[in-house]
Write a protein that binds this ligand. Structure first.
Ligand SMILES: *Cc1c(COP(=O)(O)O)cnc(C)c1O
Length: 416
């Protein structure tokens, strides 16, 4: 598999992580090309023979090398900002396969997207519909749009990543959809071409996801009976992965359900997965700085912190921790909380883990390929980690570690 022990050394594909740490230092994100490609192909195989597009959700991992890999595989891209659009274009992505989601698109972002010739803007409110129409008119373009519908379905996931309920900030209520499509169809600078939804992330169970697909397909039928022709149906992303002991349902189970909902309709089915493509194709390598025993807790202080991997602090997320040198049988273990150097009590990466660790040892935080680097920050003026892509026996640096000077180059002290 993508990360496994070979002769006692944890490897990314065929490259020992300790060799990567030696060459590129720590903290360091390491991704597996084969892992990313296999996960992407799970989608395309499930779609075999159907009109479909896998639009990779850029926010999960937006490194240019990852985007370039996706572009070479023929993927589309689901973006949520002008910044992500720039990344996709810089990585050689095809703008005609780009969907622009998000509730707060600025005028400039809309203009950039229209000028780039993207496939579709996913509109999330009536006010945004007005804004897109206005920008399109001003620059003499016709804006391809889809409405993101809020299907009012409980994705049964963490409240921070549940997005499809009525009280959520995302999407347009189903009740308003038909009226808005008719309105859009009357405007010469808007071209309604699709419909979409997204109910949340880290979904373990296909049932709510498929229910959302059914609801959107039904709504598409009503809209089309009203005289508006749509070419695609976008069921969103959100398929879960195994971080700990979750049962990972095959991607094919989800896709089969959506294809069933679509039946014999001629629409292109679009999905926009992020985590399920890159999540388990990445790890974060860290070094133990100190072992700090205590009365009630023992701590391993490592060189990774919440600024590098926010998920444990933000969601209480669980990441498996593996030693990079396989534990020798009989080596004494202790139970540790693994904590970073950042000055926040929330800076805990993992709790109550049994490890035989000494200062200087390397550890891997597993399942760090999605929402790792892309959620990182410079809090505590910490330079962000390096990123490396393993490819067979080779390891490519795909982002060099930030320098400290870079962190304050944009800052200006007034001429007092
Ligand atoms: C975040 C997001 C996704 C990706 O979700 P994952 O859980 O990473 O698969 C897909 N579509 C939209 C609109 C999103 O906002």
């Amino acid at each position: 598999m993508d990360f496994s022990y070979r002769n006692g050394a944890l490897c990314a594909e065929q490259v020992p992580l300790e060799e990567i740490a030696r060459r590129f230092g720590t903290p360091c994100f390491v991704y597996s090309r084969a892992g990313i490609e296999r996960q992407y192909r799970a989608y395309t195989q499930a779609f075999e023979g159907r009109k479909a597009l896998v639009a990779y959700s850029v926010k999960a991992n937006s490194n240019l090398a990852v985007l370039a890999l996706m572009a070479r595989l023929g993927a589309g891209f689901d973006i949520v900002s002008g910044g992500e659009l720039a990344r996709v274009l810089a990585a050689g992505g095809d703008p005609r396969k780009v969907l622009f989601s998000g509730i707060g698109k600025s005028e400039i972002e809309i203009e950039q997207a229209l000028r780039a010739g993207i496939m579709c803007l996913n509109v999330e409110s009536e006010a945004e519909l007005e804004r897109v129409d206005g920008v399109a008119k001003r620059i003499g373009k016709r804006a391809p749009i889809a409405l993101r519908i809020n299907p009012d379905i409980d994705a049964k996931t963490h409240p921070y990543i549940s997005t499809g309920l009525r009280q959520s900030k995302f999407g347009v209520p189903i009740a308003d959809a038909e009226r808005l499509y008719l309105e859009a169809a009357r405007r010469p600078h808007l071209e309604p071409i699709g419909i979409g939804c997204h109910i949340g992330s880290l979904l373990a169970d296909p049932a709510p996801w498929i229910a959302a697909a059914e609801r959107v397909v039904e709504l598409a039928d009503r809209i089309e009976r009203g005289g508006v022709t749509l070419t695609h149906i976008d069921v969103g992303g959100g398929i879960g992965i195994r971080y700990r002991d979750e049962v990972e349902r095959p991607v094919g189970d989800f896709i089969a359900g959506a294809l069933r909902a679509l039946g014999a309709r001629r629409h292109t089915l679009i999905v926009d997965p992020g985590r399920s493509i890159v999540g388990n194709a990445g790890v974060l390598v860290t070094r133990v700085e100190y072992v700090k025993p205590g009365d009630t807790k023992n701590f391993l202080v490592v060189d990774v912190a919440m600024n590098d991997l926010l998920r444990p602090a933000l969601y209480g997320a669980w990441h498996e921790v593996r030693p990079i040198r396989e534990r020798q049988p009989g080596a004494p273990e202790m139970v540790y909380d693994i904590v970073g150097p950042v000055c926040e009590s929330a800076d805990v990466l993992a709790r109550d883990r049994a490890l035989a660790a000494r200062p200087g040892d390397l550890l891997a935080l597993m399942s760090a390929g999605a929402y790792g680097m892309s959620m990182s920050s410079n809090y505590n003026t910490r330079a962000r980690a390096a990123e490396v892509l393993a490819d067979g026996a080779k390891a490519h640096l795909v982002r060099r570690r930030e320098s400290i000077e870079e962190l304050y180059t944009g800052e200006i002290v007034p001429p007092w």
